[in-house]
Design a protein around this ligand. Structure first.
Ligand code: PFF
Length: 459
């Protein structure tokens, strides 16, 4: 690949081939969303039923939206703001909305990235036993200073890469990291299942859909997770599409990215959910732990393994690299939009984004310590940012994008682009989803998540 980043909008390069494109997109998609966020949502929203809903949504909505974004990018050859503008100037605002979302996600993403960095170091220093204690994680995040320092370290690493633009290095890291991560996860899953009493019941909880656990919130949470995990509704895929060569099949690439992304998420769930189920005896309070689930459960799994200290270290380092490749693409999106808009240089844009990141990230980190009593709509600050971006802004952006593609530029524009490289096999599914099913669903989701958050209707 020559250039993979939005700032190349002016001197546009292209991915050298299909593998380059799929890997770059998967590098952005596979991150903390898969390993940290997916398992805790699956545990909280009923295990198997969440998994089923997620897979169904991914094959319909995820597929259609990703196809549309990549096709818009490739057709226009532009970054999001200019892409929407060139298709219809009234919709230029969609590009800005798209860039605002990563600006909200990046700060709290970096707080979690900081926690991962801390755990990688902890294992390196042989503190695995200490970290496996029930109260360790809660104690760590409730300190006012230490989590902030790890957050700053993570942000600094991200900003350094974006500043010097060493995307080629990131690509190399992704290539090597993905296989290591997947093999390591398979190994740990097998080991955990073989050695943990009661893990079988946890696997059943995770894989067997129990329809009595279904609620509207299952769909809302699965949909939010889908956008997050597949890096949708943020302009990322438009940007990546703009670097893609015409002869490469968008449809096949999307299937591959989905398999990669969903595969890692399912595997991470298989690692974390049954272990949590077994350790807690299926206690709903433990399963509903939320953001702290991975940090609480995994050290316990590693502690029981021979050589668990080394495995824990390698695991958290790979998670850290996956998180960094994603946070870099988040920051790069915002930086390149600022560069496009204000014509500032890269350094200034990086500084501006860094400033926003500190401004929003510090409260997210302190929300677990000094500011823990500060809650909005019953949510801690980090959860609030997560809610605003995933449950409000992304469905909203996705909704307008669907209307835009379905009724303004028409699905045929996308279909033509896809058919540059051959027949579009899932054309009918795409057209119906983007025009009718997705907008209705997205609107319903948006309304229900707002009603739920304001406590008007408990769903
Ligand atoms: N998809 C990433 C994850 O699952 O961790 C998060 C992400 C990265 C979202 C980059 C958006 C993005 F532009």
């Amino acid at each position: 690949m020559n250039e993979t980043t939005p700032h190349a909008a002016t001197k546009r390069g292209s991915f050298t081939g299909k593998i380059g494109f799929v890997l770059a997109a998967a590098g952005s998609a596979v991150g903390l969303g898969n390993i940290w966020r997916f398992p805790y949502l699956a545990a909280k929203y009923g295990g198997g039923i969440f998994l089923l809903v997620y897979i169904l949504l991914s094959l319909t909505f995820g597929f259609s939206l990703m196809i549309a974004e990549i096709a818009i990018g490739r057709k226009t050859g532009k970054s999001p703001v200019s892409a929407f503008k060139s298709l219809d100037h009234r919709f230029a605002f969609l590009g800005y909305l798209a860039a605002a979302i990563p600006a909200i996600i990046l700060p709290y993403y970096s707080v979690i990235g900081g926690w991962v960095t801390k755990y990688a170091f902890g294992f390196l220093l042989g503190e695995g036993g200490e970290m496996a204690k029930e109260t360790y994680f809660g104690g760590f995040i409730s300190q006012p200073f230490e989590p902030v320092l790890w957050f700053l370290l993570f942000v600094a690493l991200t900003a350094l890469v974006v500043l010097f633009g060493v995307q080629k290095g990131v690509e190399k890291v992704s290539k090597f990291m993905m296989p290591v991560l997947i093999m390591l996860m398979i190994f740990i899953v097998i080991y955990m299942l073989a050695t943990t009493d009661g893990a079988g019941a946890g696997v059943a909880y995770y894989l067997k859909p129990d329809f009595s656990k279904f609620s509207v919130m299952t769909v809302v949470a699965a949909m939010g997770q889908l956008f997050y995990s597949m890096s949708l509704a943020m302009g990322i895929m438009i940007t990546y599409g703009s670097y893609m060569k015409k002869e490469i099949s968008i449809e096949r690439s999307v299937h591959q990215i989905e398999i990669f992304d969903t595969g890692v998420a399912i595997l991470a769930g298989l690692l974390i959910v049954p272990a949590c189920y077994a350790f807690s005896g299926g206690d709903p309070a433990a399963l509903g732990k939320g953001p702290s689930l991975m940090f609480g459960v995994l050290p316990q799994v590693f502690e029981r393994m021979p050589g668990g200290g080394v495995i824990g270290f390698v695991f958290f380092v790979t998670v850290l690299l996956a998180a960094l490749t994603s946070s870099i693409s988040l920051m790069e999106t915002v930086v390149s939009t600022l560069m496009d808009k204000f014509k500032w240089d890269r350094k200034l844009c990086c500084l501006a984004v860094l400033g926003v990141c500190l401004l929003l990230g510090l409260p997210s980190s302190l929300g677990y310590s000094a500011w823990s009593s500060f809650k909005v709509l019953g949510m801690q600050i980090l959860d609030l940012f997560d809610f605003i971006s995933n449950s409000i802004m992304m469905p909203l952006l996705a909704l307008i994008t669907c209307v835009f593609v379905g009724f303004v530029i028409k699905p045929s524009t996308v279909v033509e682009e896809i058919e540059c490289s051959g027949k579009f096999g899932w054309r009918r599914l795409f057209t119906v989803t983007i025009r009718y099913v997705a907008p209705v669903f997205l609107l319903a989701i948006l309304i229900s998540s707002v009603l739920d958050a304001f406590g008007i209707v408990k769903i």
